[in-house]
Design a protein around this ligand. Structure first.
Ligand code: FES
Ligand code: FE
Length: 455
């Protein structure tokens, strides 16, 4: 007997517990939960689509996902931006097969209906013959999401007409997340978005964004060959030892690394080592990555707390920004399949040498050629696979690191925890996720996702 939507919704509190840090593995493989995610998260949230620098000229377009829909972000003749659903209003075919480019209009390859840059239906083959002029073209434009807005060049849209304005949705945590890239200069996206598919649930890719427990183990080989710029600053702490008490060398963690975690409304979060910890651990040749942080203007813009962030920001549900100016979308395709996109940013005014060095760092870290995500992807695939075993799926996930010890300081609209490496942001993301799935009003959702004083 299938479980109904209200039944699943009534079980959500038992699937994710802030008190115990335990999470039911069913959330990673259940088809009905995936459908609810599409409806109540991706059907409502503001979703990142692209950066304005990708579509500078009129007729430029970029195709982006919004849940299971695809949209075209199109630069208009007057310089404005419109977002059009990429489905023909005749019989549904995609009106554009390219992922990005420049067009004068969109002609559907099925029967030739043609739409202007603004989505209006402007051409119908056989209008006077087959249709006897009986078709009202004004009634068949390409559909558009309910709201489109931008923040410092980052373009977002939502299907929900009742969603709060973008900047209200982002809140101080989401805005700081975008500022951490936008403040670096006159930023533009490097042409060519890296795209690849992983056989894992999308939430594994999201909770790993904040995971600074895994690099020393998962990325041991990347560290060894210098793909991760970390100086050796590892302290033995609880790693496996042999009978003589000698370190077995496989589970050492840098416990001296101080972390800053910021928990935001609607499930946004920033977490990872503090800026000071990062700068203390990276080799000299990578220090230039952080130079921009030290100007008085940047410090003033980011504020005293924002200036301390050295870890990863995440805008709920699926937009991750990295320290080295990359943005990743984790796109759910099914409970067990996630597509990952990487946008790499650079300062337009940087020298050719700086641009080349940054791009080299970026593509060697993340994306299909990056060492990190190849290693991460293996873990996420295995973790997803084990959530399907009859016995394995009954074992709860344990996100207990630092639990009930996270004292939250509320300052500048931010909710800050200063502590060693932890799992607060992961737990916060899952907590917010289950509140989204209950489909409350926006006011109610915001109220429920305002962090208290302890996590
Ligand atoms: Fe597009 Fe027929 S489906 S013209
Ligand atoms: Fe990783």
């Amino acid at each position: 007997m299938s479980v109904t939507t209200p039944e699943i919704q009534s079980q959500l509190d038992s699937l994710v517990s802030l008190e115990t840090g335990e999470i039911d593995r069913r959330i990673f493989s259940d088809e009905q939960i995936f459908d609810l995610e599409m409806k109540y998260i991706f059907g409502r949230a503001w979703l990142f689509l692209c950066h304005e620098s990708q579509i500078p000229k009129r007729g430029d377009f970029f195709e982006a996902p919004m849940g299971r829909d695809n949209v075209l972000v199109v630069r208009q003749r007057d310089g404005d931006i419109k977002v059009l659903l990429n489905t023909c209003t005749h019989r549904g075919n995609a009106v554009c097969r390219a992922e990005e480019g420049n067009v004068k209009n969109f002609m559907c390859t099925y029967h030739g209906w043609t739409f202007g840059l603004d989505g209006e239906l402007i051409g119908v083959p056989g209008m006077s013959t087959f249709y006897a002029n009986g078709l009202d073209k004004s009634k068949h434009p390409l559909r558009q999401p309910a709201q489109v807005a931008g923040y410092r060049g980052f373009v977002f849209a939502t299907f929900d007409p009742d969603a709060p304005p973008l900047e209200e949705f982002l809140g101080p945590t989401g805005i700081l997340s975008l500022d951490l890239i936008a403040e670096k200069g006159d930023m533009e996206v490097v042409p060519g978005i890296q795209k690849f598919v992983l056989r894992c649930n999308w939430k594994f890719t999201v909770d790993n964004v904040f995971d600074f427990y895994h690099p020393q183990i998962t990325h041991m080989s990347a560290i060894a060959v210098g793909a991760i710029p970390v100086t050796s600053n590892v302290i033995d702490d609880g790693g496996a030892k042999n009978e003589e008490g000698q370190d077995l060398g496989v589970a050492q963690l840098s416990t001296d690394m101080q972390a800053i975690t910021m928990l935001g409304e609607y499930g946004h979060a920033i977490s990872g080592p503090s800026q000071l910890a990062v700068e203390a651990q990276i080799p000299q040749e990578y220090r230039s990555v952080f130079d921009w942080r030290h100007t008085p203007e940047t410090q003033a813009k980011l504020g005293p707390n924002g200036s301390l962030v050295g870890g990863h920001p995440h805008i709920f549900p699926t937009t991750w920004l990295t320290v080295d100016s990359q943005l990743s979308l984790r796109i759910p395709r099914s409970p067990g399949v996630t597509e990952v996109w990487w946008f790499s940013f650079r300062d337009k005014n940087a020298s050719p040498e700086e641009k080349a060095a940054q791009l080299s760092r970026q593509i060697h870290a993340f994306g299909p050629a990056g060492m990190l995500e190849q290693e991460d992807g293996e873990n996420w695939s295995q973790s997803t696979m084990q959530t399907r075993g009859d016995q394995s799926r009954r074992v709860p996930q344990a996100l207990k690191m630092g639990i009930r010890r996270g004292k939250i300081r509320h300052e500048d609209g931010l909710n800050i925890i200063e502590s060693p490496v932890n799992e607060y942001a992961q737990l916060w993301t899952y907590y917010a996720w289950k509140e989204w799935l209950k489909n409350p009003s926006w006011d109610e959702l915001r109220t429920r996702t305002v962090p208290g004083d302890l996590l």
